[in-house]
Design a protein around this ligand. Sequence first.
Ligand SMILES: [Zn+2]
Length: 237
Amino acid sequence: MNTPLEQLYRLQDRIRFVQSRQKERDTIPSELVEVDREYQEKVEAVARLKKRAGEADGERRRAMAELSEHRERLRKYQTQLRAVQNSREYGAVLNEIDGVEKLVRAGEEKITSLDAEIRSASKELAGREELLPLETEQHEERLKDWRSAQKAINEELAGAQEEIGRLEAEMSPRDRAEFLRLLEKKGGQAIVLVIGNSCSACHVKIRPAALQALKAGRELTYCDSCKRILYWDMQRS
Ligand SMILES: [Zn+2]
């Protein structure tokens, strides 16, 4: 764990390790997918019902405010009706009353139907909320093995991340940024082993001069073909 190349190789290895373990940690095992989906649906149903109950409440308040305005206008016209002087005016006010009465009836119907909706939603919500704690407990019980596997992965990750931090701290910010960019560009393979005098990523033979430089290990040598950093493993050769 000494030369910069060895450190780069190790850094890549740890970064790849972290990525694959994170993926493993965050992917629910296939045998639990269906169980988890069913549980998530229950959780979402509660959230949906709560949201709808809130919306319906708001709609009801607005409908009540409108209704009381309509009723107020109706009372005004009824007062006017008692004061009219001639049949033309009488007819006009009756017309207005007719229109406002329709609005009052529509408003009342809307409130009645919102009331029914709120009642049934609250009933369903109460039922679901009552069951949810037990369902959550049962669900966690089914997921227990996976949860402990996740916990073990998290511990492994903490160790790997600590090592990554240490390795990165030894690089200049510019080298680090460049290496991480290459890693991203090359699908997680920025530095690759030379095996049988060839690049192990693209299998193109390494020029003898490049091979010499590589074995001397003083500077970064790139594969002519795939532009990855080449790594000569002293222990393997
Ligand atoms: Zn190559």
